[in-house]
Every structure is written in C-alpha cells, then in structure tokens.
Design a protein around this ligand. Structure first.
Ligand SMILES: Cc1cc2nc3c(=O)[nH]c(=O)nc-3n(C[C@H](O)[C@H](O)[C@H](O)COP(=O)(O)OP(=O)(O)OC[C@H]3O[C@@H](n4cnc5c(N)ncnc54)[C@H](O)[C@@H]3O)c2cc1C
Length: 435
C-alpha cells in the first residue's frame, strides 16, 4: 500500500492532523491499535485555541452542541476544618474575541466527531485494531491480528502517545519526570445548576470538578503517589466522604458510584523530546511531550501541534515543495510554546504538591492577586488558552509575591488583541517561503 502521509495513532492529535490533510486532498493512512473505543478516561477540557482550530475545520458547532461551556473556574481554598477561607476565579471571558471559553466534552465523543468528518473524504484510510510495529524510513510495518502489511509513504507522523514507535525510529529518547502525587479520576452525575469548573483545595487536599454535558461531572482527586491500592481497600463510602467533605454540593450525586470499578488512577509525568523532526518523520502530541494535567493542556497541545504541522504539510503539497527541511518549521513554531506550557503546568502542579499550611496560604494569596490584577489575570488566561503567549515579567512576580501593589487599570481590548498569535506567528512560512 502507498500513501502520502502515514499516521501512527488515532487519538485526538492524529485525527486532527488527518482531518486537516484529507480536507486538502492529501492521501492519509492512519493506523490505530485499539479495535474500538478507548476504555480509559483521557483529556476532556478543550482550551480556546483548540476551539479556534476546530472552527477552521468546520466542527466547532458540533463540538459546542455536544460539549459543556466553561467560562469561569472557581478556586476555593479551605481551612484546616474545611470551611471556605478564600475564593478567587479564573475567567476566560477576559480574552477578547469569539474564543473566550473552554469546553468540556467526552474524549470519545470528540474523537468520533473528528473521525466521522475525516471519513467523509475518500482519501482517508483508517485501520483500527492495527498496530505500527516499525518504520524504516520509507516503509511502516503494521500488524493487524495475525496479518502484517507494509505501507510506503512520503511522510511518517507519530501521534501514538507516550509509547511512541515513531519517536523510537527517530532515535529520540525522553526522560520522564515523576511527581510526588497521583490522581484518582472518575465521572458521575452532577446537579443541573453545577455549570462552572471548581477547584477545592486545603493545605493537604485537592479536588477538581469539571462539568460535562448531560448533567455529569468529571473529577480529579489528588492522592500521595503509591496510595491508590491502600485507598481502594477502603469502602466506597470512604471515597464519597473524601469528595463531599470538600464539595458539599455533590452530596447525593457522588454516591451514584456504588463501587470502585469506574474510578481510575492517573499518574502525572512530564517530558519533552529534544527534537520533533528527523528526515521524513515527525512526532506530535504526547509522543513529543507529556505535561502535568493540572492546567488541562495535554490534549490541547496535541491539537495545536496537529494544526501547525498539518498546515505546513498542506502548503508543502500545494506548492510542491516537499524538501524535508521544511518540516523544521513545525518544530520552530511549536517547541517554544510547548516548553512554556509544560513549565506553566509544572508550576501549577507544584502549587498543590506540598501539604503544608504556608504553601496553602501562599497559593491563595497568589490566586487572589492574580484575580485582582487585570494584567496578571489576562496573562494567565491567555497563556492557558493557547491563543497567545505573554510571559510573566519580574514586576509580575513581585506583584504575585505581594512585594508590589496590584495594578488596577483594565487592559484595553486593542492591547489584549495585540497579544494574540497572528496567522504569521502560527504559519510563518506563508510569509517567509518554503524551500
Ligand atoms: C486520565 C487522563 C486525564 C487527562 N486529562 C486531560 C485534560 O483534562 N486535559 C488535557 O488537555 N489533557 C488531559 N490528558 C492528557 C491527554 O489525554 C493527552 O495529552 C492526549 O490524549 C494526547 O493526545 P495524543 O493524540 O497525542 O495521544 P493519545 O490520546 O495517547 O492517542 C494515541 C493513540 O495512538 C494509539 N497507538 C499507540 N501506539 C500505537 C501503535 N504502535 N500503532 C497504532 N496505534 C497506536 C493509541 O491506542 C491511542 O489511541 C489526560 C490524560 C489522562 C491519561
């Protein structure tokens, strides 16, 4: 079999890339090792930049109609006796323009929307239950049941997540960094009026609640690394109590989970590949980087990689400039952005990693100042949204640390707009040319 672009992995990143390519008439073969739906929870929070990308792919309306809008995240700091001590919020609506909200959507529903759209093009060839075993530069060898087949391609893209066969073929090693905590995560029913994201924390506990459509809520609860087995030995009532002590609003709802069967362990790790491109191969998403889930970026980084690499390949084919050196433009745009978000997520994780009262105090003061200072607030929301990157200055750090007063003046809309990535920032080769 012969194709233009061979993609290993039919996760969100691979599917987004495939859709971009097939829409432009490029022939794509995608292999996905799972025969059906992913049995585990994965990312569900779509940041504004991902929504902008999906708008360009004409799936925005379908996603919003099957997703739950999140405009505000409440950050609730509790006292030792679990009474509300401080409350601040992160508000996506400070971002100007159409894409000023996040959306929660079931991971498999989102995959279904993108895959169905891609399958409406006859140049998309999707093989489920098919695992890529090796890539030798011109040919990928695929195992489907007992059969093996080869696929010849001009480009090989690794979108196969953490255990990436393409990354291996490129000779790239990653060194995962582990954290002192894990999470348990599960979805259960919620009250209909529970529509904003809520993060509850005390000096030694953390619970994130993110509403999904159909009156469901996805939860993440922080536990010390290695404690999962011990916690699971306790009764399910113990689990209910862990949740309702922090978030009384879900009392009567979390109890719909009658045993531990749906409750999943989630182990955060962080790594970043030194390079994303080698010859005619490139990696996107979790194959290239893993990020702590605290800031809800992993799936979004995969989508954003797919957008930049996809646009680049489309232009290379359109202009018939298939020089492999052009692929480096993908890395040039994405690597610095990914690096920044990995660090941002890492810092957010550290804010919840140490079970001490002073850390809890410092965290709530930092969030309070971020909410009070319009520049800090906008920078935070812009950076997590993926729509732009505005790094924190020394002054910002002093304000956050309480060593300088917060600014009071709102940023004008025009100044905010200037901080959004332009098409030239995203796709610089359209201006500078391809080889
Ligand atoms: C429990 C959990 C919760 C998360 N929550 C969030 C969140 O709230 N927000 C967020 O942004 N991110 C979150 N993430 C991270 C997010 O899920 C990932 O960053 C995202 O799925 C990466 O997308 P991807 O397409 O790169 O890889 P994946 O989603 O991992 O997809 C890779 C695909 O490749 C397939 N594959 C692997 N090897 C092969 C092979 N050799 N041949 C063929 N197919 C192969 C796999 O079966 C899989 O379908 C979470 C992750 C987990 C595990």
């Amino acid at each position: 079999m012969k194709t233009d672009v061979f993609i290993t992995g039919g996760g969100i990143g691979g599917l987004t890339l495939a859709l971009k390519l097939v829409k432009a008439g490029i022939d794509v073969v995608m292999v996905e090792k799972l025969p059906g739906k992913q049995p585990v929870y994965k990312g569900e929070l779509l940041q504004p930049k991902s929504m902008q990308i999906f708008d360009g792919l004409q799936v925005f309306e379908e996603i919003t109609s099957q997703g739950q809008i999140i405009e505000v995240l409440d950050l609730i700091e509790l006292s030792k006796t679990l009474k509300v001590k401080d409350q601040s919020f992160m508000d996506y609506t400070v971002i100007p323009g159409k894409y000023n909200a996040a959306y929660m959507i079931h991971h498999e529903v989102l995959k279904g929307i993108i895959r169905t759209k891609a399958e409406s093009y006859s140049n998309f060839h999707y093989f489920s239950g098919s695992s890529c075993k090796s890539i030798d530069g011109k040919v990928a060898t695929v195992q489907k049941g007992k059969e093996q087949f080869d696929v010849e391609a001009s480009f090989f893209i690794g979108a196969e997540g953490r255990a990436s066969v393409t990354r291996q073929a490129m000779g790239i090693k990653v060194e995962p960094i582990k954290y002192n905590h894990h999470f348990i995560t599960v979805t259960f029913p919620r009250p209909t009026n529970f529509v904003g994201g809520q993060i509850f924390s005390s000096y030694n506990r953390f619970l994130g609640l993110f509403p999904l459509p159909n009156d469901e809520v996805r939860s993440v609860y922080l536990i010390p690394a290695g404690d999962y087995k011990k916690i699971k030995e306790k009764s399910i009532d113990h689990f209910h109590k862990l949740y309702t002590e922090l978030a009384p609003a879900i009392d009567g709802y979390v109890q719909k989970l009658v045993d531990w069967s749906k409750i999943q362990l989630m182990i955060p790790i962080m790594y970043h590949a030194d390079t994303y491109v080698s010859g005619n191969m490139a990696i996107i998403g979790d194959a290239a980087h893993a990020v702590h889930p605290m800031a809800g970026e992993g799936m979004n980084m995969a989508i954003q990689d797919a957008d930049i690499l996809g646009e680049l390949l489309v232009d290379m084919y359109k202009q018939q400039k298939l020089n492999l050196e052009n692929l480096n433009q993908y890395e040039a745009v994405r690597k610095e952005r990914a690096d920044y978000l990995i660090q941002l997520s890492h810092l957010s994780a550290l804010a919840y990693s140490f079970p001490f009262q002073p850390v809890s105090w410092l965290r709530s003061k930092t969030f309070e100042r971020m909410e009070e200072d319009p520049v800090l607030h906008f920078k935070q929301m812009l950076n997590v949204s993926g729509l732009g990157m505005w790094k924190e200055s020394v002054r910002d750090r002093f304000i956050q640390g309480g060593m300088m007063p917060t600014r009071k003046k709102e940023l004008p809309k025009e100044q905010k707009e200037m901080k959004l990535f332009t098409a030239e920032d995203d796709y610089p080769w359209k201006w500078r040319g391809l080889r």
